[in-house]
Design a protein around this ligand. Structure first.
Ligand code: AKG
Ligand code: FE2
Length: 384
């Protein structure tokens, strides 16, 4: 619990991967990361699995996709490995990831888009430090589709434009008939800010809300089958709806130095997680655990589960220890009663040990008395 963190952690854990500063890393398309045949293999494996077991649709809480986790498709594990390798090479070369930093596969899955089923995916940020998105379908085999990306680096340079647009909205609301006094005040303040000359607005700390981003400030990419798009998880993006055909992709979410957030390095944070989740479980009637409601950070549950593992281990170890002690005691009991010779030998051995013990303490007492009789003042003689 109180181990000190390894150097790659820089003394902290990023509980949310997407909050890591490196998650703003730009986008790169790695052409031909896998061959078109390998892409076909993944689609075939996914469709074969789905024909029997169906597609998942509830694995991602906020932005569900019709998908299958890569672990369900062991026959094409090698292809996923290749995609992972392409992502890792790109990220380590471009994004400031050091050789000691560790990348974790948080989630890798195959997604299927159809016009009738799931046609696209709403605008979002991924809950990852880095993400990759590999095309398994030829761009000519479906209509519409593609991934629209608003690069964080580009949005940062547009912050003043978006801040002004937001303030103009505040002015509109505050000058409308029947606006509250509060809204009128906000409008006056917004107007004063808008009056400042261009380039002088304080945009540090202003984060553009994804839903305000204009389509023309993003860029849609339709990459070739077998290519993979690699980007930091903070870049806002959406899967544009397809209008015909079928589009398959592999999406992957990558964590950075997840091990820095484990219980052994968490200190008081880990203790608080245990206290908070235990308190919530106790107050929840009928054992309802509101994991999605977000009353405590999601990471509290991860730490809590780790604690449960520790407690299970302690319970198991105590049980083993108790059984061993019982067995040893029983064996001793039986042996000393059944065999007088063993009994005698055992008592002698005990007496020897006890003798050593008492001579040790007698020795200590003698030393102490000598110290007190010393010619030099000792603490005792001064106290007296
Ligand atoms: O459809 C796409 O290209 C985007 C997929 C995506 O963003 C995701 O699965 O998180
Ligand atoms: Fe995404």
């Amino acid at each position: 619990l109180w181990f000190s963190m390894p150097p790659e952690c820089d003394g902290r854990c990023w509980e949310e991967d997407v909050k890591h500063p490196l998650a703003s890393c730009d986008l790169e398309v790695v052409e031909g990361a896998i061959t078109p045949e390998e892409a076909d293999d993944v689609v075939a494996a996914a469709e074969a699995h789905a024909a029997v077991h169906g597609w998942h649709s509830q694995r991602h809480i906020a932005y569900p996709t019709r998908d299958l986790p890569w672990t369900a498709l062991p026959s094409v594990a090698r292809v996923f490995d290749k995609l992972w390798g392409a992502m890792e090479e790109s990220v380590r070369r471009r994004c400031g990831v050091r050789p000691i930093d560790r990348l974790t596969p948080n989630d890798i899955f195959v997604v299927k888009y159809t016009p009738e089923g799931q046609a696209g995916l709403d605008r979002h940020r991924d809950a990852s430090s880095f993400s990759f998105n590999a095309a398994l379908s030829d761009p000519t085999s479906y209509g519409g589709g593609g991934t629209r990306v608003w690069l964080d680096s580009a949005v940062r340079t547009l912050r003043e434009k978006y801040l002004r647009a937001e303030l103009e909205g505040v002015v509109r609301d505050g000058t409308a008939p029947g606006a509250s006094a509060e809204a009128r005040g906000a409008a006056a303040r917004a107007e004063a800010t808008l009056d400042r000359p261009p380039g002088t607005l304080d945009v540090d700390g202003y984060v553009v809300r994804p839903d305000r981003l204009l389509p023309e400030d993003g860029e849609t990419r339709k990459i070739a089958k077998g290519s993979v798009m690699v980007h930091g998880g903070r870049n806002v993006h959406e899967g544009t709806a397809i209008v015909s055909g079928t589009r398959h992709i592999v999406a992957g979410f990558v964590g950075l130095n997840r091990h820095c957030c484990t219980l052994r390095y968490s200190g008081w944070r880990g203790v608080m997680a245990l206290v908070r989740v235990t308190a919530m479980n106790n107050s929840a009637r009928g054992g309802v655990r509101d994991k999605v409601g977000g009353r405590v950070p999601l990471w509290d549950y991860v730490l809590y589960e780790e604690w449960r593992g520790v407690f299970r281990w302690i319970r198991g170890a105590s049980l083993v220890l108790a059984l061993l002690s019982l067995a040893a005691y029983a064996a001793w009991h039986v042996a000393t009663r059944l065999s007088p010779r063993f009994n005698l030998a055992a008592r002698r051995a005990l007496a020897v040990v006890a003798g050593y013990e008492s001579s040790f303490f007698r020795g200590l007492a003698r030393k102490r008395r000598r110290a007190m009789r010393s010619a030099l003042p000792t603490k005792h003689s001064l106290d007296d």
